[in-house]
Ligand binder design. Structure first.
Ligand SMILES: Nc1ncnc2c1ncn2[C@@H]1O[C@H](COP(=O)(O)OP(=O)(O)O)[C@@H](O)[C@H]1O
Ligand SMILES: [Mg+2]
Length: 239
């Protein structure tokens, strides 16, 4: 479904990614782990077309989408949910969700399409008519995911869904992503919550300075001391 080969990208003349390979099949969750500044967000942005790769390729459902504009890539079924729970604060919860469907031609049955998300996040149903700014950070993250969900992407890329939200809201968000993938979506999650994210993922790659240092089945990486070591070692030097 998503096939990234030898991807290089950066900002201006500064290279950040040095040849990334990543394959995600339908129904699979692949986790991208790595310390701050490793290039995780840059990877998601260059897959989605927000940054033009300097080398390598991105294939979506068999089609080469490398270098296409982000709108074109989105239209073909890729969706990036940015970190920092971004929603339209003045719009109601309902209208925020509706925007995801609007993108697919304003389907009138968007609430039905949103049902699995509203079931998982009942607070959104309760607050359907409230402006999104009334929601907590974690609830706004749920809303951003619900909006992406009704767009029904083939490939979902999710940048640090747990960033800056209450600890208690992280499990339902990860569980929602797990159920979403189970419907046949290829899901890539960038996370810092290593253990809880490994629990829902099928595979993981660990990025360090723009390269994949370690990859494997989530089940195995859970027990691999190197996973935490890469974080701890670098986090100390960077902060
Ligand atoms: N907009 C930008 N312009 C220039 N450099 C950037 C920009 N965004 C990120 N970088 C640099 O790219 C590298 C990787 O950043 P990023 O992909 O955000 O890492 P991560 O998401 O893993 O924390 C860092 O060295 C960072 O300083
Ligand atoms: Mg990042």
């Amino acid at each position: 479904m998503l096939e990234v080969r030898g991807l290089h990208a950066g900002y201006g003349r500064v290279p950040v990614l040095h040849g990334i390979d990543l394959t995600v099949r339908p129904g699979e969750i692949v986790l991208v782990l790595g310390p701050n500044g490793a290039g995780k967000s840059t990877l998601l942005r260059s897959i989605c077309g927000f940054i033009r790769p300097t080398q390598g390729s991105v294939r979506l459902d068999g089609d080469d989408v490398t270098g296409l504009a982000p709108e074109a890539i989105t239209r073909r079924g890729m969706r990036l949910v940015l970190d920092g729970h971004r929603v339209f604060p003045e719009l109601s919860v309902r209208d925020n969700i509706r925007l995801g469907a609007a993108f697919r031609g304003g389907r009138p049955d968007f609430e039905e399409m949103a049902a699995p998300a509203l079931e998982m996040f009942p607070i959104l149903r309760e607050k359907l008519l409230s402006p999104a700014r009334d929601l907590s950070g974690g609830q706004q993250q749920m809303l951003a995911l619900a909006q992406a969900f009704v767009a029904q992407p083939k490939v979902l890329l999710c940048d640090e869904p747990s960033l800056g939200i209450a600890q208690a809201l992280i499990p339902p968000i990860l569980e929602f992503l797990r159920r979403w993938a189970a419907r046949g979506t290829a899901v890539v999650i960038v996370e810092q919550q290593i253990d809880s994210a490994l629990a829902v993922a099928d595979r993981a790659v660990i990025l360090e300075r723009g390269e994949i240092r370690l990859s494997g089945a989530a089940e195995e990486l859970k027990r691999d001391a190197r996973v935490h070591a890469i974080y701890l070692g670098l986090d100390e030097t960077e902060e």
